[in-house]
Write a protein that binds this ligand. Structure first.
Ligand SMILES: Nc1ncnc2c1ncn2[C@@H]1O[C@H](COP(=O)(O)OP(=O)(O)OP(=O)(O)O)[C@@H](O)[C@H]1O
Ligand SMILES: [Mg+2]
Length: 332
């Protein structure tokens, strides 16, 4: 059973004080796949990655990574994984090449082997041109790619990426996505965490949505989109008094029986499958009905809406109480 899965976790428990960070989390990541762990601030994503990469101990449950037990065989796990944390781990003063050679030497590669591996990785992550420049002049996207490269020194079986694109501009995000796809194409199993539905959607073979340390839903991106209703059409009105009538109009044209209205904005949105037809018909109907319309468009559901739909309550935001220090951390 475990040979089909690069990561297998059952009932993971982790407490900080009496507050559970993980509360029975289950994960099964098929070998060679990209698996997206999606959840709001404080959901337990980083905690799960730290446990699976043996940086912290779990309080209950069990997990194997690359076939080895994180609790009893951490050394064997560490030999088979790469990790890119939420914060970049590269040295600012060194050049990209020097960073990679240094990491390779830390992994006991000989001088010539370390330089060869650094060259391969610089090439693979499109950093050859900037190889001999100091990292402090790098853009966010370049740093992230260098970070990814440094976690790939030993071509890990399993790569953990904690929010690989947070804080990057759209170009930087696309660069990282391409690198992740390439790694996965080369046979590495990737477990990535993200706040972004579109990122999980674009990269992952399967997505687990988690909240408050446990699973909310797990599916393929297509299945998840079906479950949450896919794209939405949104209309921003000039007059809140028009909301009920426009909601009825949206329901009739989109087929979504329950459009959501937000009187504060005033805004109404509904799930759509047939994007272009619905957009055209709604635009025409609004004009024919003489409704003052500020804006109209198609958009993806936000993570908040996914949560509201799946759990019946808004996503929690515990960033204010998050604490990055890890008292019982062990270094790899
Ligand atoms: N070292 C720590 N000490 C105390 N509490 C912690 C610690 N690390 C995490 N927590 C708490 O555990 C919960 C899960 O945190 P975690 O960092 O795993 O969430 P996350 O999903 O990675 O969030 P984010 O999206 O903000 O990165 C939060 O409530 C957080 O405050
Ligand atoms: Mg985190």
């Amino acid at each position: 059973m475990s040979s089909e899965y690069s990561v297998l976790a059952e009932g993971l428990l982790k407490r900080y004080g009496d507050k559970p960070a993980l509360d029975g989390l289950d994960l099964a990541v098929p070998k060679g796949s990209v698996f997206g762990l999606l959840g709001p601030n404080g959901a337990g994503k980083t905690t799960a990655v730290r446990i699976l990469s043996t940086l912290i101990r779990l309080d209950g449950g069990r997990a194997t990574v690359a076939g080895f037990d994180v609790r009893t065989e951490p050394r064997l796990v560490r030999q088979r994984i790469g990790l890119t944390g939420q914060n970049a781990a590269v040295d600012e003063i060194l050049t990209a090449r020097q960073n990679l050679v240094m990491f390779a030497r830390l992994f006991h590669l000989s001088g010539p082997d370390a330089r060869r591996r650094a060259d391969e990785l610089l090439e693979r992550f499109s950093l050859t041109e900037s190889a001999d420049k100091q990292v402090k002049g790098f853009s966010g996207g370049m740093r992230r790619r260098l970070d990814l490269a440094s976690s790939m020194i030993l071509a890990p079986e399993v790569l953990f990426l904690d929010e690989p694109t947070t804080g990057l501009d759209p170009r930087g995000r696309i660069e990282v996505w391409e690198a992740v796809r390439e790694l996965a194409g080369g046979g590495t199993t990737v477990l990535l965490t993200t706040h972004y539905l579109d990122e999980a959607d674009k990269l992952s073979d399967r997505i687990a949505v988690i909240d408050k340390g446990h699973n909310v839903i797990e599916d393929t991106p297509a299945g998840l989109k079906r479950a949450i209703g896919g794209d939405r059409i949104e209309v921003l009105l000039g007059d809140p008094a028009d909301l009920p009538e426009v909601a009825a109009l949206l329901a009739r044209i989109s087929g979504d029986p329950n459009p959501w209205t937000d009187p504060r904005e005033p805004r109404v949105h509904a799930a759509v499958t047939d994007r272009v037809r619905v957009l055209t018909e709604v635009a025409n109907a609004l004009q024919d009905g003489g409704f003052a319309t500020e804006d109209i468009g198609l958009r993806r559901p936000t993570l908040d809406e996914v949560f509201l739909r799946l759990t019946g309550r808004p996503a929690t935001d515990e960033r204010a109480s998050a604490n990055d220090t890890e008292p019982e951390g062990v270094s790899v």
